[in-house]
Design a protein around this ligand. Structure first.
Ligand SMILES: Cc1cc2nc3c(=O)[nH]c(=O)nc-3n(C[C@H](O)[C@H](O)[C@H](O)COP(=O)(O)OP(=O)(O)OC[C@H]3O[C@@H](n4cnc5c(N)ncnc54)[C@H](O)[C@@H]3O)c2cc1C
Ligand SMILES: *[C@@H]1O[C@H](CO)[C@@H](O)[C@H](O)[C@H]1NC(C)=O
Ligand SMILES: *[C@@H]1O[C@H](CO)[C@@H](O)[C@H](O)[C@H]1NC(C)=O
Ligand SMILES: *[C@@H]1O[C@H](CO)[C@@H](O)[C@H](O)[C@H]1NC(C)=O
Ligand SMILES: *[C@@H]1O[C@H](CO)[C@@H](O)[C@H](O)[C@H]1NC(C)=O
Ligand SMILES: *[C@@H]1O[C@H](CO)[C@@H](O)[C@H](O)[C@H]1NC(C)=O
Length: 532
């Protein structure tokens, strides 16, 4: 079977760029031919009439094998396929069986798989790996596109921009930059993917000084619905650039994140833990420092409440971007006796390994979140409610339920406004707010239903409590949301309408809505409302 040689990406991009991004008479077959796929030479494609989804995916996966080699496609029943589908972070995602897994080697191959999905109507998902729920980055019966071969990490000659392939995890990004005394704004746990974290927002230890990861992307190389590869920045395709800063997987498949670097050496931080008698002091310290974040934007803090082995414990992660143990901003924390103190001076690459130690792969997981106005008494009510409701599930095998608070401070919100702002709809004048994030892990599938019901009930209780106090805030952080939450609507009507308009320009037929159904879509939650 012959496949014509691949035309250059730039030729493709310029050829297809007209006055409208994708003309109404856009011809997918022609675009595939321009990508070097000789459609007529592949009988399965040439004979494509019936579009039942089973044969659609068989045709699409076969075509990928013919075009890019058997090694680039993993098929059901092979050891490599089984290994792949059992290597997600959450067990729920491991339970999904795609028709095939495609591992593209370059952006043009990503473009081709999008076009093949359009032609055959075989649905797809893109995998980094850490979304908690089934279908977040996997797809039953479709094509899971794994970007692991796109793992470049390259500094520009002036060292101001790091071009980072979407297949990277933070574990490999930080060491590569530290040898130059540099970092980029990214995740706090080694194993998490660069892509999903950045496209949903991206909270780092440096948020108070620099904003979120998405705000520190200088440009995105992205494959759009018509297979065109563009580089979106504040000055070029600026609407698409804005949409990718928080819009998730709704606008294209990112094939390169060009991130601004900053000078950063070793820092101070780590996790401390405390017994229940210190709880009042703990949420008070958290609240005071989050409220006064402008006093010192080198600091970051997360506080978590958990039930571990039947005991209530609290743990905080404190970070300071200078190698200074106990800077004065953390005086209140320092005064609270700890049963564990893991604070050290270390490079970020070491910190992300330590923090990641408590988050193993392959068990049942659920994440839920919502933001609220930053309020000390509200935090106390949330902690009390969490522990009051927990007995309903606390006997589940290997359960670890955690309620965490992460402030979105006023300085962080101000930094989000750089280069045209992001899509999250956050107004510094309405800050500070905090994310309440419920995260539960457990081992027995038989407990899934009651744990999901518990999570939904707790979530509704928190919203009701905040409602009584007038402290609700609509924004839901995509990267911690459950599949029952309508994240994009939570950005507010202005942001949502603008996102829809931009999707209308770059993806007029809704490829990333319909053919890539997993994760948070413009029209709502991936699973719809929680079943009554
Ligand atoms: C242990 C743990 C620690 C975490 N720490 C942090 C943290 O410090 N800060 C923070 O903000 N969040 C954090 N998160 C949340 C994290 O940001 C989300 O889980 C995020 O979805 C992970 O991205 P991923 O690429 O690994 O996962 P995936 O599940 O692969 O991706 C999430 C979504 O993005 C899509 N996607 C992936 N790659 C691309 C691409 N190239 N183009 C378009 N769409 C793509 C996927 O299809 C999927 O829908 C953490 C989560 C866990 C479980
Ligand atoms: C799309 O392009 C192909 C290849 O050039 C052509 O055979 C086909 O007729 C075109 N389809 C339409 C609807 O124009
Ligand atoms: C690819 O796999 C097909 C079907 O399993 C086989 O017929 C073909 O020979 C393989 N091609 C190569 C180059 O190994
Ligand atoms: C199995 O998957 C792991 C993790 O993704 C990978 O490191 C390993 O190389 C894979 N092994 C095989 C045999 O494919
Ligand atoms: C941090 O990384 C740099 C560059 O690799 C190294 O020289 C230095 O020793 C590291 N510092 C610490 C505290 O680990
Ligand atoms: C922030 O600075 C103000 C003014 O100096 C001070 O009153 C307040 O206590 C500081 N907050 C913290 C948490 O250090």
């Amino acid at each position: 079977m012959k496949v014509t040689t691949i035309v250059s990406v730039s030729a493709l991009a310029t050829a297809a760029l007209g006055s409208t991004f994708e003309p109404a008479d856009f011809n997918v077959t022609k675009a595939l031919i321009a990508n070097g796929i000789d459609v007529a030479a592949i009988p399965e494609l040439a004979g494509l009439v019936e579009r039942s989804s089973l044969s659609a995916c068989s045709i699409a996966c076969t075509t990928l094998k013919i075009a890019f080699g058997n090694d680039s496609v993993l098929s059901e029943g092979t050891a490599a396929y089984e290994n792949f589908t059992s290597s997600y972070w959450s067990a729920q995602q491991n339970s999904v069986d795609p028709y095939c897994i495609f591992k593209p080697s370059n952006a043009l191959q990503v473009s081709t798989v999008v076009l093949l999905s359009r032609l055959t109507q075989c649905p797809f998902a893109v995998k980094g790996g850490h979304a908690a729920f089934a279908g977040g980055s996997s797809i039953e019966g479709g094509i899971t596109i794994a970007l692991e071969k796109l793992n470049e990490i390259k500094l520009s000659s002036d060292k101001k921009i790091a071009s980072i392939g979407p297949g990277n995890r933070w574990a490999s990004v930080y060491p590569a930059l530290e040898q130059y005394g540099l970092e980029v704004i990214g995740g706090r746990i080694a194993s998490v993917g660069v892509s999903g974290l950045t496209l949903g927002g991206g909270i780092s230890h440096f948020a108070n000084a620099y904003g979120w990861a998405c705000d520190n992307v200088d440009s995105f190389e992205v494959v759009t619905a018509s297979g065109i590869i563009v580089t979106a920045s504040a000055t070029s395709f600026s609407d698409l650039y804005w949409a990718l800063r928080g819009g998730g997987n709704n606008f294209g498949i990112v094939t390169k994140f060009n991130m601004r670097t900053f000078v950063q050496g070793p820092m101070w931080g780590g996790q401390r833990a405390h017994v229940e008698s210190e709880f009042d002091k703990i949420y008070t310290a958290y609240y005071n420092i989050a409220k006064d974040a402008a006093n010192d934007t080198k600091q970051a803090q997360i506080v978590s409440f958990a039930l571990q082995g039947g005991s209530k414990i609290a743990a905080e992660d404190l970070e300071y971007s200078d190698p200074t143990p106990w800077p004065p901003i953390f005086d209140e924390w320092k005064a609270i006796p700890a049963i564990v103190d893991g604070t050290v001076i270390a490079n970020l690459s070491t910190m992300v390994q330590t923090l990641g130690a408590g988050t193993p792969d392959g068990i049942q997981e659920t994440y839920w979140d919502r933001t609220f106005k930053l309020d000390r008494d509200l935090m106390k009510s949330f902690i009390d409610t969490f522990y009051e409701m927990l007995p309903a599930i606390s006997d589940a095998a290997d359960i670890l339920p955690v309620l965490s608070f992460q402030a979105i401070t006023v300085p962080a919100m101000e930094s989000m406004q750089q280069n045209g702002g992001n899509a999250l709809g956050l107004d510094p004048k309405k800050g500070p707010i905090f994310i309440a994030n419920l995260a539960i892990m457990w081992s027995n599938v038989a407990d899934n239903t009651r744990i999901m019901s518990f999570s939904n009930s707790l979530y509704e209780s928190l919203v009701a409590i905040a409602g009584e106090k007038g402290l609700n805030n609509d924004y839901i952080y995509m990267n911690y949301a459950s599949p029952y939450q309508d994240v994009i609507s939570s950005y507010g009507p202005a942001s949502k309408q603008r996102l829809e308009k931009i999707a209308g320009i770059y993806d007029p037929t809704g490829v990333f809505q319909k053919l890539q159904p997993g994760y948070f879509k413009l029209e709502g939650a991936p699973y719809g409302a929680f079943p009554a």
